[in-house]
Design a protein around this ligand. Structure first.
Ligand code: ATP
Ligand code: MG
Length: 553
């Protein structure tokens, strides 16, 4: 049986959703949500969750909400919210609606009052540290707080005073009354609310009482009518609490929480705390630095939404944690760009070549195809003249065995142009090569030279026609596959993760390329025009090399 190209690979979550639909659960509806906290930019791990949540909704004619889980006002901001919206959109997904946990603050408060009235929650005056101490360990049961049996009326009055701002931060919390001896520590009377006098980017100074994640998340899911609440494996132990809250409150809808393995990618870090640190300490330029594993960073590096979605499809969705090789991500973008990016010529480290037998004032416009496999992508003309630039690396005065490029007295073909022969090497006083004096063979345009074989083909530009470009060669940000295994992940930063070549040149046809344009610079790699570009100076980022160079290291 052949699977149509766009059908996503089966996984255990799709199987569950299919069965639920067959059993006509949730009135045959599928509603998911992607719930980021607006405390940083989205990264490639989030892309996995986005593709899964939006993908399931799309596939089953359902809906997916973008929900901001904004209950930690200290770390969150409107800027992060906008960046997240932009990234989800750029990946090609459309949310049913945008929601915020903060939209539900009033409802969450009412639900908490309901719990107190039912004798299922109490106001506790233990400090955070005491609560931790009373909670016990995996081998020892916890001890009840002296406040655990506070009368309901007193709890109600105190909780209202907490909301009204009558108490200092940290003086009281609201806790669920569940089971201090539960083998699952999450069930040992977890905190539901804490007092925090912090300005919230959406509710401003309305609240000094903020709900905790576990309490907020399940109720937000229920309010939105989510049918399948997909989250990463570390929440498996929180599921009993998720279910407890919704059962006690008898919410009209009780979503099913399903956990899957988070993405761990080699040679990078994904915790937002660490990504923050990279930005604030200046190890990278910003959240959208092309070395960052953020969606914005990948976009600036030249990744396409299609490549990222393809990556998420290839790694699949399972219940088992696994490390994914960076080469998997890189090969997704390489395949995409190999297929779709037009070819162009760029010289990274120029070396001057003067064709002594080429007329001084002559310029030829030579034709070059934009894609070797796709003639429908057309062709462009490239100027050829007496003074050319080639890559420094494409000439050697001390060639290793089997060197096929230019040597003194040797010949090489210029791509889309003529065969040239190096006659003389010009050096400066320090012995550094400054120029090659060559001759060209006029009979070799689009034809093989007669009576001899010329194996090497190199790229080139006409000096007077080429335009200046800064080329930023990005490499992996870390030297080792798992930087987080070190006591300090920063010790694994790759000092060569960015090499700037200020003196590159590209062909004139790129002069008006808009930022974000992607090319294969022949023989050197895939590049993308950076927003730092100006008319005076183009700036290109290397998205990825033509081949996997890390495999050999
Ligand atoms: P951090 O702990 O670093 O702050 P987070 O996981 O708490 O990150 P959120 O903004 O809360 O970040 O995540 C939003 C959603 O994305 C959650 O449902 C989370 O499970 C999912 N997610 C986050 N990281 C990954 C990952 N590496 N792989 C798959 N899903 C992820
Ligand atoms: Mg989180």
């Amino acid at each position: 049986m052949s699977i149509p190209e766009n059908t996503p690979a089966p996984n255990f979550i799709r199987t569950i959703v299919t069965r639920d639909l067959e059993a006509n659960k949730n009135d045959g509806q599928v509603v998911t949500r992607f719930p980021p906290e607006p405390n940083g930019f989205l990264h490639i791990g989030h892309a996995k969750s986005i593709c899964l949540n939006f993908g399931i909704a799309e596939e089953f004619n359902g809906r997916c909400n973008l929900r901001f889980d904004d209950t930690n006002p200290e770390k969150e901001s409107v800027e992060f919210m906008h960046a997240i919206e932009q990234d989800v959109h750029w990946l090609g997904f459309q949310w049913h609606k945008i929601c915020h946990a903060s939209d539900y603050f009033e409802q969450l408060y009412d639900y908490a009052v309901q719990l107190i009235e039912a004798g299922k929650a109490y106001v506790d005056s233990l400090s955070a540290e005491q609560i931790r101490e009373y909670r016990g360990t995996l081998t020892e049961p916890g001890r009840p707080s002296p406040d655990r049996d506070r009368p309901i009326a007193e709890n109600l009055a105190l909780f209202e005073q907490m909301r009204n701002g009558d108490f200092a931060d940290g003086s009281y919390v609201l806790r669920a009354k569940i089971d201090m001896a539960s083998p699952n520590i999450n069930m040992r009377d977890p905190t539901l609310y804490r007092i925090r006098r912090t300005h919230h980017h959406r509710t401003g100074g309305d609240w000094c009482l903020y709900p905790m994640y576990d309490y907020t998340h399940c109720i937000s899911d229920a309010i939105e009518g989510i049918t399948h609440s997909l989250c990463t494996l570390e929440f498996e132990d929180h599921r009993p609490l998720y279910d407890w809250v919704l059962e006690e409150l008898q919410t009209p809808c009780h979503p099913r929480q399903i956990e899957f393995a988070r993405l761990s990618l080699e040679y990078t870090v994904m915790s937002k705390r660490k990504l923050h640190q990279l930005v604030t300490e200046g190890h990278v330029h910003d959240w959208d630095d092309p070395r960052m594993p953020t969606i914005a960073g990948l976009r600036r590096a030249g990744y396409t939404p299609a490549a990222i979605r393809d990556f998420c499809e290839r790694i699949g969705v399972t219940k088992k944690d696994a490390w994914i090789k960076m080469a998997v991500l890189e090969s997704c973008i390489r395949e995409d760009l190999n297929e779709h990016a037009p070819r162009a010529m760029a010289v990274l480290r120029p070396l001057r070549v003067v064709l002594e037998n080429y007329p001084d004032d002559q310029v030829e416009q030579l034709q070059a195809g934009n894609h070797p496999q796709h003639p429908e992508m057309g062709a462009r003309s490239i100027a050829f003249s007496r003074v050319l630039l080639i890559e420094r690396d494409d000439f050697s005065d001390d060639p290793p065995p089997k060197y096929k490029r230019l040597v003194e007295g040797g010949e090489v073909r210029l791509r889309n142009a003529y065969v040239i022969k190096c006659q003389r090497v010009i050096r400066d006083a320090a012995g550094r090569i400054t120029e090659l004096r060559c001759s060209y063979d006029p009979g070799t345009l689009g034809r093989k030279p007669e009576g001899r074989k010329v194996k090497g083909v190199i790229h080139w530009l006409s000096e007077q026609h080429a335009i200046a470009a800064e080329l930023r060669l990005y490499d992996r940000l870390f030297n080792i596959p798992n930087p987080e295994s070190l006591p300090d992940f920063r010790d694994a930063l790759n000092p060569d993760s960015l090499e700037i070549l200020p003196d590159g040149r590209v062909e004139a046809s790129l002069a008006d390329a808009p930022p974000g344009s992607r090319y294969q610079f022949e023989r050197t790699g895939y590049f993308c025009l950076d927003p730092d570009s100006s008319r005076e100076k183009l700036v290109f980022n290397r998205t990825v090399t033509l081949r996997d160079t890390w495999a050999k290291r």
